[in-house]
Design a protein around this ligand. Structure first.
Ligand SMILES: Cc1cc2nc3c(=O)[nH]c(=O)nc-3n(C[C@H](O)[C@H](O)[C@H](O)COP(=O)(O)OP(=O)(O)OC[C@H]3O[C@@H](n4cnc5c(N)ncnc54)[C@H](O)[C@@H]3O)c2cc1C
Length: 394
């Protein structure tokens, strides 16, 4: 059987793209190289309320914790509480959540093949042919459109001539025994000695366990080891690692996410927030657009790049400015010294400012808070913060 739409990769973006392709009337196949969807996991599973809504799942046993805020620690260990006073984010079990999302795609009408790895994509007249190995046997899968949702190392993007993500950093994390300061709060740690250019986190899961991790351009293992052994807060509490994971995180997007018969979505396209490097919210939102556009184009029998560009226009229209803001913010963040971070955390330690962060903070759209922040710039502490950012920027 020829499929209208084949989606490669059953992560959150792939399952959502398959669901939307099927919902829009396409004969849809979702392919996963692993025998078990959702495993192995490379994720902390910390997502906003909005991101969970985007995943379109009823609350279920994949939710480990509800989180209302964060303690942010400066390099000098001075900390500030940011308290949303209601559920702001969730900690989820990706192993279960990914399977629920795949089941939702199946309920919408998509077929699913596990233990099937796509090896290459050949463009043919009016569509594509995927070469794959399914349950140990080589096979060819003809389709009108392929959606590459195959993660940061996307074979589909490379094989289709769309190139690679400009930069990939490493995310590394352990799950360990760690009594959180408050189990409704995540802990965020700043400091060049432990996380140059990034931040580290401790995210409560269940019982007295946390996922403790960081991002790094290089030497991720060394930095995590140092954080666990030497950081004044973390080293006193973390013990008994039960799980160590590592994965690539895209920084920046593909130049183009569309070519004849091919769309790329999720981490494979670089649809990740540059401020926090979370990819579930943006990936699933863009996947809905990809699924819909792919289905309509396939049914119209017009899968040329010009037709599929609708996807690129729509997702960049929705997220382009936020991505540009995030990448600029990242650059400034990367230039900040420990003294800058100490100064910034002290400047933010003011009830009015913390209230504003609580009110406008949106981990999926941090530019909203930045705009509010500058509106409050008559306040002396905000001025100190703005001056600090300007000094680092220029
Ligand atoms: C340490 C770490 C912590 C993170 N924490 C968070 C967090 O707290 N919140 C958040 O929002 N994001 C987080 N992220 C990022 C998040 O995990 C990704 O953005 C998200 O998983 C991307 O979803 P996706 O569907 O695009 O890709 P993936 O989840 O990577 O799924 C891709 C799928 O494609 C399959 N595949 C790959 N190649 C092939 C092939 N050739 N054939 C068939 N199947 C294939 C893979 O097996 C996989 O199942 C974290 C990342 C890391 C590394």
């Amino acid at each position: 059987m020829e499929f209208d739409v084949v989606v490669v990769g059953a992560g959150p973006a792939g399952s959502m793209a398959a669901k939307y392709a099927a919902k829009n009337g396409a004969r849809t196949l979702l392919i996963e190289e692993h025998a078990m969807i959702g495993s192995p996991v490379s994720c902390t599973g910390h997502i906003s309320v909005k991101a969970l809504n985007e995943c379109e799942l009823p609350e279920g046993n994949f939710i480990n914790k509800r989180i209302r805020g964060a303690f942010v620690y400066a390099p000098n260990y001075h900390s500030i509480p940011i308290d949303g006073k209601r559920t702001m984010t969730y900690v989820v079990e990706r192993k279960i959540m990914d399977r629920e999302m795949a089941k939702a795609a199946a309920s919408a009408g998509a077929e699913i093949w596990v233990d099937t790895a796509v090896r290459s994509v050949k463009k043919v007249n009016g569509g594509v042919v995927l070469e794959a190995v399914s349950e140990g046997k080589r096979t060819e899968i003809p389709a009108k459109v392929v959606i590459g949702a195959d993660g940061v190392k996307s074979m589909v993007a490379k094989s289709a001539g769309l190139g690679r993500i400009p930069h990939v950093c490493a995310g590394i994390q352990v799950e360990a025994s760690y009594e959180p300061r408050d189990d409704e709060f995540v802990e965020v740690f700043l400091g060049q000695r432990y996380v140059p250019k990034f931040f580290a986190w401790a995210v409560p899961t269940s019982g007295d366990c946390c996922r403790i991790g960081l991002n790094a351009d290089s030497d991720a293992h060394m930095y995590l080891d140092r954080l666990l052994k030497e950081h004044e807060i973390v080293s006193k509490k973390a013990r008994g690692t039960v799980d160590l994971i590592m994965g690539g995180i895209p920084v920046g997007t593909l130049k183009s996410t569309v070519t004849d018969g091919v769309l790329i979505v999720g981490d494979a396209a670089g649809q990740v927030k540059p401020v926090s490097y979370g990819g579930i919210y943006m990936g699933t939102r863009c996947a809905k657009i990809a699924g819909e556009v792919a289905a309509k184009a396939a049914i119209e029998d017009n899968v040329c790049s010009a037709r599929l560009k609708e996807y690129e226009r729509r997702w960049r229209g929705e997220f382009g400015r936020e991505l540009a803001f995030g990448l600029e913010f990242r650059k400034i963040f990367g230039r900040m010294t420990d003294e800058d971070f100490n100064e910034a955390v002290t400047a933010l330690d003011d009830p009015e400012i913390l209230d504003m962060i609580t009110q406008y903070g949106d981990i999926d759209r941090p530019s909203l808070l930045a705009r509010q922040f500058f509106k409050l710039s008559t306040k002396e502490r905000v001025w100190r913060f703005v001056k600090l950012f300007s000094r680092v920027f220029f």
